[in-house]
Design a protein around this ligand. Structure first.
Ligand code: FES
Length: 95
């Protein structure tokens, strides 16, 4: 199991490797907003505080959107993230 924390929502839970962040957020009622769900609209931009190495790598679509959005280091599109582990992951809202 991977320890996942959504700092902005004060939620910490153990999740199975392979868990999609968007599905997890819907399940726990996270405040992260989602739109397209496909890495295009950019509304789900979040800050990965720690554990980036425990997440799926950005797809080509996500990388392109991050560039367009002027995303800073450590920022990802939540809808595109799969939690892989083995370490802990902490996610927060962008400033
Ligand atoms: S919901 Fe549109 S990019 Fe994530």
């Amino acid at each position: 199991m991977v320890k996942l924390t959504l700092k902005m929502d004060n939620i910490t839970k153990d999740v199975k490797p392979g868990t999609g962040l968007m599905a997890f957020c819907e399940e726990v009622g996270s405040s992260i907003a989602f739109g397209c769900g496909t890495g295009v609209c950019g509304v789900c931009l979040v800050q990965v505080v720690s554990g980036m190495e425990n997440l799926s790598k950005p797809t080509e679509q996500e990388s392109e959107s991050l560039k367009m959005l002027g995303a800073k280091k450590g920022q990802r599109l939540a809808c595109q993230i799969t939690i892989q582990g083995p370490g802990e992951v902490v996610i927060d809202s962008i400033d």
